[in-house]
Design a protein around this ligand. Sequence first.
Ligand code: ATP
Length: 300
Amino acid sequence: MTPAIEIQSVSKNFGTLKALDDVSFRVEAGEFFALLGPNGAGKTTLISAMAGLSRQTSGHIRILGHDTISAAYLARKTLGVVPQELVFDPFLSVRESLRFQSGYFGLKHNDDWLDELLEKLGLSDKADTNMRALSGGMKRRVMVAQALVHRPPVIVLDEPTAGVDVELRQSLWAFVRELNQAGHTIVLTTHYLEEAEALCNRIAMLKKGKLIALEDKTKLLAHSNERDVSFKLSAALPDALLPLKVRDEGQRVVLRLPEIARIEQVLATLREARIEVREMTVIETDLESVFVHMMQGGKA
Ligand SMILES: Nc1ncnc2c1ncn2[C@@H]1O[C@H](COP(=O)(O)OP(=O)(O)OP(=O)(O)O)[C@@H](O)[C@H]1O
């Protein structure tokens, strides 16, 4: 099957800065894929190149097989991008904005779909409101609707929930999930790692323009054998265990074990030192800790 997105050896230089450095990966059709990375990792640069808004210095990008340079229009028609910034004409109403956007794709009689989009995004009663009169959250919804006017099979959302309230985040995700279930491929960049963890099947991580991890979410989590264990002890931690200590939490001390099996050794050391364990809790690994660990240079 043709991949939804194929990124092949893509580099992008801004002067001497390598914003993307030989990045390659594929997103299969129907996936819900997360693209993570700290500020400046190159996520937006990659999305701009996918959307044909900027050109990569080298390499190829194909959207459902259409090259973003040699078949730019087809690639663009296949892709819907929800941008990070709110971009709109303040003098147009919501419906006019969507019609205008439809015009870019040569779509004239699109109103039934636009009505459906407005309804799904809770914008029906704002259809005739000028963009400038909308709240930030409402504008954000219009950005999503705009990205979907041409029913693109592949949808990229660049931090769509940055700065929006919990209710909107949840309704937005319910909608995006629905789109994914209807067969759309979704690529999401987010700083909210719990969102990536909850929504996506596969996760790619960029750091300083390089792809440093690409994994099924479950594998990524399993990769990290490390476990943090929180102890409440009858006395201070013995010196022998100090190298494992990551932090104090009130009366508790948190140790990081390279793998959970090391717990035997830790308990033996405590017994030898005649220190009693009053409470012990294993802290579940979440994507955030795996991510932070990898960003600090840890291996997948
Ligand atoms: N037009 C440009 N000219 C020069 N440098 C740029 C330009 N656009 C991006 N960069 C640089 O390229 C690098 C990657 O930026 P990019 O915006 O892609 O990162 P990002 O992962 O999207 O970050 P964020 O999470 O902050 O949006 C950064 O160092 C940025 O300063």
